[in-house]
Write a protein of this length. Sequence first.
Lengths: 1011, 151
Amino acid sequence: MTDHTNDAQTTVLVIGGGVGGIKAAMDLSEAQKDVLLVDKAAAIGGLMTQLDRTFPTNNCDLCTISPHLSAGARQQHIDLMPLTQVTAVTGEAGDFTVTLTSTPRYIDLEKCTACGECHKKYPECVRFYPGLDHRAPTCMRYPQATPQAFSIDMAACKDVNGLVNVCPANAIVVDDQEKVATRRVSSIILAVGADLFDPDKLDHFGHGRYPNVVTGLEYERIMSASGPTLGELVRPSDGVPPKRVAWIQCAGSRGINREDVSYCSSVCCMYALKEAIVTKERFQDDIETTIFYMDMRTFGKDYEGYYQRAKDQYGVRMVRCRPHSIVPDSTGQQLHIAYATDENSGMTTELFDMVVLSTGFRPSSHTTRLAEILGVELNAHQFVRGGNFEPVVTSRPGIYVCGVIEGPKDIPETMVQASAAACMAARHTGHAGSAAEVESEYPPERDVIGETPRIGVFVCDCGQNIGGAMDVDAVVQEAAKYPHVVHVEMAGHGCGQEALDRMRQMIQEKNLNRVVVGACSPRTHEGLFQENLRKAGLNKYLLDIANIRDQNAWVHGGARELATAKAKKLIRMAVGGVAQAGPLREHRLPINKDVLVIGGGVSGMSSALALGDQGYKVVLAERTGRLGGLAAIIRRNLEGDDVRAYVAQLVEKVQAHDQIEVITNAIVVDHSGMPGKFQTGFQIGPRMYYRQIEHGATVMATGALAHRPDQYLLGRHKAVMTQLDLDDLLETQPEQVSNWECMVMVQCVGSRTADNPNCSRICCQSAIKNALRLTDLNPDMRVFILYRDMRTYGFSEDAYIEARRRGVIFVRYQADIPPRVTADGDRVTVHFHDPILGRDMEVTADCLGLSTGLLADDETTEDLAAIFHLNRTEDGHFLEDHVKLKPLDMSVPGFFVAGTAHSPRTIRESIAQAQGVAGRIQGLLAQDVINLGAVVARVDRDKCATCLVCVRACPYHVPFINEDRYSEIDPAKCHGCGICAAECPAKAIQLSCFEDAPIMAKLEGLLERIA
Amino acid sequence: METFEPVIVAFCCHYCAYTAADMAGTMRLDYPANVKIVRVPCSGKVDPIHMMKALELGADGVLVAGCLEGDCHFKTGNVKAARRVTYVQTQLEEIGVEPQRLAMVTMSAGMGTRFAAIANEFTEQIRKLGPNPVAAARKAQAAPAPVAQVN
């Protein structure tokens, strides 16, 4: 590896290549910043790539993340260093010098084609990774690993010469050495994630001793199509499909015993529900699923509905208890779980085929060392400490943090923090070269319109990958006979630099105007070959790839004749298709770089500041007369900070900022345009004059409403108040409050109900916060908290423990038997059922505090959704583009969402979203033009019968009937699915790249001998 | 008589089924070479004309493969595709072609095994049905003349 000490300091170092690190790196590269992405493993991807599916969509993970990974490998701004660790850091924000130590891989990344010959012949030499046991079919972590290459454990290899000879690409580097390099970087993002708890340490659960006790991740691997059993769910002990599976929650978390940690890992409830649902989906009535849990913590956006579906629709059985132990039966195949519940006295024992331990996150020992090297502070649980109001800022300036290493969190929250960290880290970099400069290096495109097709066919052998399975010579000879083919050759490793040079030379020499490559999958290599055509002066859409490796050679490895015949057909189809292809123009627009932020609460102001500090001009539009939103009336957060003071200084900063213009009393009335070129009209009070604002991107930060349902005498008895009222009273009248003898709080008032099914996420923390302040004022006060599930996720569990330690009494109630309240003079009497005592109780209290949570601002979001064509959830929150991978983007390009308009969340979590949105926007606006791609639907106005079929069919409501009375499709808004083209009865619509003509030509090519 | 080797066209959506087919290759799963894939951006792009044309030109079976229900990359393309397939099946029945020659299937991008299993099952199903009657008729018609030029 070369030493890059002369680099300009425009580079951001990202440590850790899990989803968080990848997202941060991608966001930075989109913003034209250079990124150095290091990971101690041989391939990036982290934990997520080992999961079978992700909640709440139950999507397969590989499908969602692999495009990100391969894109990550392609991005020109990202320098990827696998098997590398940071061993020293000196300097300061803006100019760090880092020392990077790389372990030898013994494989030349440039040469390895991931053919797997080394693993087939010498499996012991190839490195394995956690979460994938020895029965796995591949030792890359998953089939789409990036870099797509193996890694050798030379120490374990006995026959080194044999190994070297078995590699057809000569990629084995026997004398590979540890390498040390120093690099200068301007800022650092720490995204190393965490380990999963190893339950072998818990002797009562027997993991490691009983084969049928597995961890959640091991269960994912068993269920995964790329896992050790190829997705067959079987009991590890004897390979028999299980009939009864149990999950035990909080294994190693929320505990006080040896090896336990006190905090909540935040994700295990959801993953256990997901695993149980997926199990049920696959096996329906043939399998029973039971989850043993303490509190079901489904606090995320729409997660509560997922929990209810698991119970009601899928029949996942929920048992509230913490099981005592797991003991195998006499055969060793089945497992006894012994447990006690509130309802029944004494122990119950049940028999299960498999038990899944829901283990949570633990910072790895490696992290502690890394924190020392970087000089960043850790918290009491050895996670990296972020700021209370600056969630991704560490104790050392210039070093930022995101993802699980900052605290337990799920994938969307990790993605949010990653974008926020990208935004913050970018502040320290100078300006890097923009994409437009690279483009201009290409020669002008040759005009091929009107020319007879002159097709060149290049057939890869990909080492033995293709060549070993078929007769490539015969394929080449056959291809020469196809219509319009004027040149055919074998291309060896077609994706190699040599072959690409040769292809460009042939395009020139033979005056080719179309190219077919017989190669691997276009999913991975289309971009590469397209770019090569472009370099040769051809439009990049004059290419077709015949997938003769992944979909042929690898499938029919044992049947040479079949594979050869099929390859001929696949190339014949591609030749037919490409002959019909024409050059396509990608749609580009100059970008307006101003940003409109709607909503002047903490989220809107934080977004505006983050963007303004990057030099973008921001218009911050607030519907009311003042900035601050809901947070302006909050006094304290759980950590005890003065929220009002924080909001006040935020308002001051926004108002003093040169780049930010604040407009208040502003109501959105109209909107048009496309990303990079929006126009939004406002009526601005008090005179309601009209003003139009032009902007390139839009942030929706419209917040939510503090709920005040008409329940429990709220508003009718002065002893009844919400947690927000109580928060204020604690600051304004502490003397009065300290005289109270008894306080009762009721959780989930107006949340998790039929009217408002979701969890408000913040109320458990608010109740504990106020309970602690009450007991601070008067340690003798009796405080009761009536709850359904305590959802103090992450480190807020510590506050819950503290409240219990101080004697706050927590009593669970069931949704169908809620507490009742009656007036009793100045006081109120609360009636409830105590499930542990098994009897009805009455408590007379000085105050009844209701945890009423947040409610979507349904009217506002409905209006704005109609004006901007945005999507909403059923309960009226704005809907993000992708729950997991694009939690900040909205489905309409150029729109982003932050804060409680997205879903209920804390101030800190809202700030992370607000800064994350700024990170996303900085990527969008770094371009001078916006490339909308070429795959868009086009209408032939002469054929259009104005039948409205396309208008109705489009999932994005893009087509409309224009003034000239034919359907018009705005290429800037078209997503390129082609549904309208397929539905159009007059065939007036064609989808570029996938027109009817090339599809028909492919069919004709395939079927010509038969006709 | 040698075994009948049907020709099967599989229109696969780029985001799920096509990726699943690649995955089947990565996993080295064997499935019949009879299945030839045409990549489309979304199963919702597959026009009834494409399905009919494939059969008209002599394909013995046509698969339309999209994302799992609810997971369509373009929201509802797979639902529309399924509806179209059902519609074309009724048309096939009317003109005397077995509607089973056309099928809609769904899978996620990770389901390489499912892709291979479907390819196997569908090929067997078509093998049992025998050659496409349209192709047979065309062959009989075209027999005296030389092979039709398609390009």
